[in-house]
Ligand binder design. Structure first.
Ligand code: PMP
Length: 454
């Protein structure tokens, strides 16, 4: 008799996995999730896991928020799908754009919708190419980003991403330039102060602009805090120093707030936490609290005016996705913004961030193998280290962070290994009790793995 296959077997037989360590999946199986309860997910074996990653940083209201599901259902009943081409768009789309400009740091602006963060970055690059072309500078096509940055996976946004794994695709494409990552702990030189480090990075930017020619550069993109690079806040004064150089050369600064936006750093926007005013914001993930795939480019006043003028000149902006400004996505985003900003979620991050930092600092101090704790708000990373004093990493063959994350998973806690760090970015609804559960499980997993490898 043919045996019925397990969920794990069915998953592996029919699915092509993305960003997944395949030997580990073959050995450990796939966690097949059936539903969620607050910040917990539940698998087909009825095992509960506290998801200290909020899914992929996005499920900030948890996995069973009735108000968000109701908003989706109400909009599906009312008007289940439409586009934003040919001079038509849904009323929800109009309302969301108004709302996004209202909650943005800009005094006025315009919004363009995509289905994802990658597409929002792609769209922004195309907007810059379109804009410079229309303004008589079609040679301004190069894009500046940083090593270790993550901006997505489409051909353009993967080229912006500063990770070596994209070499297997023959990326980055020409014209995407990656500057030094502003991680003082790792990149700072012996005897160099943080201020000197920041000044060196600003000088590097000056030098790259001089080498390439300012009139060949379309824009500079940066996450306020690098997320998938391993939660790396900028060095002191970084954005002020960088923006000064960019302004001098008339190069737009785009803040990729796909992770930082809507409260993750303790303010609505990461650029507010780090006190700089970008020319445009890229948003996704938290925009719908993860309840709908959606991204948005939010243009500040100057880029709105220049792009509108460029579009008027040829009578259209020839770009858009079938589901750009999807009415259900927009209705969910309107509700998600309300939930995060008015139901105490943003407030929770702000008030409990010091508790989160203190708990993780305690874990670091009790461990001999944590080199750095870094983060802000509800996004933190602990860097595992063979010898914190000399910042010597573990042998990469030991896969220390992966082992820690797997041990956590076994204990019912989801956290993410990134390089040799362990990332914690829980949903904003996390209670103090749940935070303590996270600390206890994490510390037990760290102790177990460090005892094995150190
Ligand atoms: N930008 C940043 C800063 C991100 O963190 C991500 C996703 N992790 C993206 C862009 C890409 O978003 P998506 O996966 O929705 O394409």
């Amino acid at each position: 008799m043919v045996q019925p296959q397990s969920w794990e077997q069915r998953a592996e037989e029919f699915s092509m996995y993305g960003f997944t360590d395949l030997p580990s999946v073959h050995e450990r199986g796939t966690v097949v999730v059936t539903h969620g309860e607050g910040p917990y997910i539940v698998d087909t074996n009825d095992k509960r896991y506290l998801d200290a990653n909020s899914g992929l940083w996005n499920m900030v209201a948890g996995f069973d928020h009735a108000g968000l599901a109701d908003a989706a259902k109400a909009q599906y009943d009312r008007f289940p799908g439409y586009h934003a081409f040919f001079g038509r768009m849904s009323d929800q789309t109009v309302m969301l754009s108004e709302k996004l400009v209202e909650v943005s740091p800009f005094e006025r602006g315009k919004v363009f919708y995509t289905n994802s963060g990658s597409e929002a970055n792609d769209t922004m690059v195309k907007m810059l190419w379109f804009l410079w072309g229309a303004e008589g500078q079609p040679q301004r096509r190069k894009i500046l980003t940083r090593k270790n940055a993550y901006h997505g996976v489409t051909a353009v946004s993967a080229s912006m991403t500063g990770k070596p794994y994209n070499e297997v695709f023959g990326l980055p494409m020409d014209g995407f330039i990656h500057l030094t990552c502003p991680h003082y702990w790792r990149e700072g030189r012996d005897g160099e102060s943080e201020e000197e480090f920041t000044a060196r990075l600003a000088q590097e930017l000056e030098d790259v602009i001089a080498r390439e020619g300012a009139d060949t550069i379309a824009g500079f993109f940066a996450e306020p805090v690098m997320g998938a690079g391993g939660v790396i806040p900028p060095s002191k004064g970084y954005f002020q120093a960088v923006q000064k150089v960019l302004k001098k050369h008339n190069i737009p600064l785009i803040s990729d707030e796909v992770i930082c936006g809507f409260g993750r750093t303790g303010n609505t926007w990461g650029c507010q936490t780090y006190d700089f005013m970008p020319d445009a914001i890229i948003s996704s993930k938290n925009l719908t609290a993860g309840y709908f795939p959606m991204g948005a480019v939010i243009l500040g006043p100057e880029l709105s005016d220049r792009l509108s003028a460029a579009a008027e000149a040829i009578e259209e902006f020839p770009h858009g996705f079938t589901a750009s400004g999807h009415p259900v996505g927009c209705a969910i985003a309107l509700k998600a913004i309300d939930v995060v900003m008015n139901e105490g979620l943003a407030e929770n991050v702000k008030s409990l961030a010091p508790r989160m930092e203190a708990g993780l600092r305690g874990i670091m101090e009790r461990s001999k193998n944590i080199g750095e704790l870094r983060g802000v708000g509800y996004m933190w990373a602990l860097e595992a280290c063979l010898d914190p004093a000399t910042k010597t990493p573990f042998d990469s063959k030991l896969s220390v962070s992966e082992r820690i994350a797997n041990t956590c998973t076994d204990m019912g806690l989801i956290c993410r290994p990134l390089g040799q760090s362990i990332v914690l970015c829980p949903p904003f609804i996390l209670t103090e009790e749940q935070m303590d559960e996270m600390f206890t499980k994490l510390e037990a997993a760290l102790n177990k793995v460090f005892a094995e490898v150190a």
